[in-house]
Design a protein around this ligand. Sequence first.
Ligand code: CO
Length: 139
Amino acid sequence: MAQVRALDHIAIVTPDLEEGLAFYEKTLGIQCSHIEELADRGIKVAFLPIGDTRIELIAPLHDKSEVSGFLQKRGGGLHHLAFRVDDVDADVEALKGEGVRLTSEAAAPGAHDCRVAFIHPKASLGTLIELSTPPSATE
Ligand code: CO
């Protein structure tokens, strides 16, 4: 079992980050606080804090990005829910031991220097779930 502490963010995929930001900032009035390129995953992400959580907008940097397949299939939209956990590495081991399907064998670096892992949608009622541990929690 993982031990979830909070809803860290809700991630939405958009083909174009500027267009996505325009909707969230100008139509919904939620302001962006942070933009980051994750070149190894082929994506650019923007974070928009709202209440105790954040919206994460994800856009592809090229057509081989980790969200390109999703964009082709669905045209964008809700991509994953991210939950904050104290120790994602321990949770990954625990979940693997319980036979819960993950999208990779180990946690990896994510935005904001977090460590992240994903539970496969087939193991989580159809919604991709990210488990995320902020850097301060593991230092
Ligand atoms: Co995320």
